[in-house]
Every structure is written in C-alpha cells, then in structure tokens.
Design a protein around this ligand. Structure first.
Ligand code: SF4
Length: 409
C-alpha cells in the first residue's frame, strides 16, 4: 500500500485499516506533509476552528504507588522526603483557591493501590475507617463536588466495575491512560516491568467496564517509551474498537515521553517533533473526525503550536494554580500565549468543562441526574463553559503572580 492511495481513501471517508495506518507511518518529507494536511482537514470538517482546553486544578491526592514505571517521577515511597498524601482539608483549600481563579475541573491524579505494598498507607486509611485508596478518593471527590461545585475528573489507575460505578456518582468523567497495548513493554528491560497495573489487558478491561457503565472516559497513549509504530497503531485501534462498541471515549491524549535525571529511563531518547506530529495525525485518521484528540502544550514548549497542523482539537487541562505534578519541570503556558499561538494558526481557543459537549448533550445516557445541577451551573448552550466563567479566567503568569484576564470570545 502506498501513502498516496491510503490518504486518498481517508479523504474519501474510508475507515483507516491497520495496514493503511502502518503504510502511513513510513511517511516522510512531502508525504508526511500530506498526511498532516489530511488529518488537519478531517479535524476542520468535524470540529471547525475551535480549539478547547479545560481550566483545571491538579490535585495529587497521594503520590504513593505500588508500581514502578521506568519514566515516572511522580511516585514516591513513604520514606522519601516528597512523599505526600493530602488531607481532605488540604484538598478543599486548593479547590476553593482554584474556584476563585475560574477553574471548573478538579483533576485527581494519584498512585495506583499504594495500600497493597505500603503499611503507612494502610494505617492512614485505617484511621479514617477506610480500606482502599479508591474509597478515600471517593470521599475527596464528593467533598469537592458538594462544597465547591467544581467538577471532579479522577485518574486513579485501574478500577473495577464497582469502583467505576461508585466514582461515576461524584465524577463528571474518569480517565486511565492506556499507555500502550504492548505486553513487550512489561519485559525486564521495558518501562512497565515492575508495574503490574500497566498490564494492557487490565487497562483495556477498565476502559471497557467504563463503557458498559456509560462513563465519559479519557484515555491516551504515551509516545517514545520503547514502543514501535505497529504497537502504537495497535493501541489506537484498540481504543477505536472500544469506542465503537460503547461510544464513551471522550478524548484521546497523545503524550510525549520526557527524559528526566531522576528516572530509570533518563538516557532514553525523547520522541522527535516529527514523530509526535505523525502520531497525532494517525490518531486523527484512525479515530475519525468526531473524536477529541489532545496533546499537552507544556510538554513541548517550542513546538506545540505545530500540533494544530496535525489534527488536535484540544490542549487538555491547563491550570492557573497548580503545577503539572506528573511533569513538574514543565510549566503550563500562559493562557494569553496559548490563546495567541492558537489564533496565529487560525483557530479560536475556548474553555470547556471536564466533560465534552457531545456527552453533555446526551444527558442522562452519560451523566447521572445528581450531577445535572452542577453541569447546568457551568455549561453554556454550546456545551462549553458559560461566558461569565470565561470572564473569570486568568492569565497564567508564574511566578510573578496571577492576573485576571478577560478572554475575548
Ligand atoms: S506512572 Fe502512575 S502507575 Fe506508574 S509509577 Fe507513576 S504513579 Fe505509579
């Protein structure tokens, strides 16, 4: 199969096959430019010229984790100086601060099942009469929702059916990065060797259960951790297959690996800009024009505007208050800069909720009735954030301080 023929099929609206995607993954030079243009065009036809982001708070509920991923700086053992589990008072304090700055999403990110290997976490939970970190997460989400009206979105690792059911009542959406479907990455030299919760079949199972329960779900793949093009494409196809069955994948994140001095993979090469652009374009063509494709701007500060020319339609969560605890060395771009770069590429930046308009508009199919009042308070007719929330948004000028900025709609 040659690149030209495959692209012609994509432009004509044909579903991209595995074979076709593999052919596209070899595109270079002029062919790569045509691949990006086809993906960009598909995005334009389905999403128009709007690029979204979610004004969020990042709450690292606990950085203890039972896994040891080769690329992670977030996880800590209890005896490390930065090990931390937040109290509910601390959670609420940050949530109130974020609300004042115009945030509407509270992203809870945390290690997976730390109680399985750390007695310290078991003791912490015992004192609260709880057994599992996921129970503590439920309490934190409920508190934030009821006390602030901000919308929780949790990303706590693997979840079983009962966990998903319970968390759905206090989360507007949930997330789990697939990372990659390759079992090979769990071999001794791989990034997931000592990470039992990164077993692809278990992650696919969580995503599938979320689909059966009608939970708007965020997932994605991590680029440059030792996977090859076929494995990358198979991961995107696995996501497509689950979405075709359940219609619940609200966004797919294409995230680049970053080498850091403190991680086992410190000498591993980072993916090139071209590799990211090609993966984003493939994701767009594999997943189709309606899917929300996201790439984080803070992980490629020099080149992120190029992602707009490869088919993304969302920048993900951007916070005026809290750092990206997963990549603390990478500050969020100032909102005004993000808005300006987006406009220079011919698009308009708009804030959204932690759930996308297409899911809001399906009402009770994806959103529990108990969450309707919270969504109605924030949501405009177009399913994005209401205009008065727009006016409260802020420019992200750190460390000089935060300036309130009215975004021009
Ligand atoms: S990436 Fe997630 S699961 Fe892996 S070690 Fe870090 S916190 Fe744990």
């Amino acid at each position: 199969m040659n690149v030209g023929a495959v692209l012609k099929g994509c432009v004509a609206g044909k579903t991209l096959s595995r074979r076709g995607a593999i052919a596209l993954s070899s595109a270079q030079g002029e062919e790569l430019a045509r691949l990006l243009a086809a993906a960009s065009d598909l995005r334009d036809r389905h999403k128009g010229k709007t690029i979204t982001f979610s004004p969020k708070l990042f709450i690292p509920l606990t950085n203890l984790c039972r896994d040891f991923c080769g690329y992670c700086t977030f996880r800590k053992a209890p005896d490390e100086p930065d090990a931390n589990t937040m109290t509910l008072d601390e959670v609420l304090q940050v949530a109130h601060q974020g609300k004042r700055l115009g945030c509407t999403e509270v992203l809870f990110s945390l290690g997976d099942k730390p109680e399985a290997i750390y007695p310290e976490m078991r003791q912490f939970l015992d004192q609260l009469g709880l057994r599992r970190t996921l129970d503590y997460l439920y309490n934190a989400c409920k508190l934030v929702l009821e006390e602030t009206g901000l919308l929780p979105h949790s990303n706590p690792g693997l979840m079983g059916k009962k966990d998903l059911e319970r968390l759905k009542a206090v989360n507007i959406s949930l997330g789990l990065m697939l990372e990659n479907v390759s079992e090979r990455l769990m071999l001794p030299s791989g990034p997931h060797f000592d990470a039992p919760d990164k077993k692809p079949s278990l992650r696919l199972k969580t995503i599938e259960e979320a689909g059966k329960l009608g939970i708007p779900f965020t997932t994605g793949i991590l680029i440059g951790i030792g996977e090859n093009w076929e494995e990358r494409i198979d991961s995107l196809l696995a996501i497509r297959e689950l979405h075709e069955r359940y219609g619940h994948i609200q966004e797919v994140i294409i995230q680049n690996f970053r080498a850091k001095a403190e991680i086992p993979m410190r000498d591993h090469p980072e993916p090139s800009v071209d590799e990211m652009l090609k993966t984003i374009a493939l994701a767009r063509l594999i997943l189709g024009g309606d899917m929300n494709i996201q790439a984080p701007p803070n992980l490629a500060p020099e080149s992120y505007p190029l992602y707009l020319h490869a088919g993304i339609n969302d920048w993900g969560g951007v916070s005026p208050l809290t750092p990206d605890y997963i990549n603390p060395e990478a500050p969020w771009p100032a909102l005004m800069i993000l808005s300006q770069k987006t406009a220079e590429a011919g698009f308009r930046l708009k804030p959204r909720l932690a759930v996308y308009p297409e899911f809001v508009h399906q009402g009770g199919k994806f959103i529990p009735a108990s969450l309707f009042p919270y969504v109605e308070r924030l949501c405009g007719e177009d399913g994005l954030l209401k205009n008065d929330f727009l006016r409260r948004l802020v420019t992200f000028q750190r460390p000089e301080g935060l300036k309130v900025q009215e975004l021009q709609g």
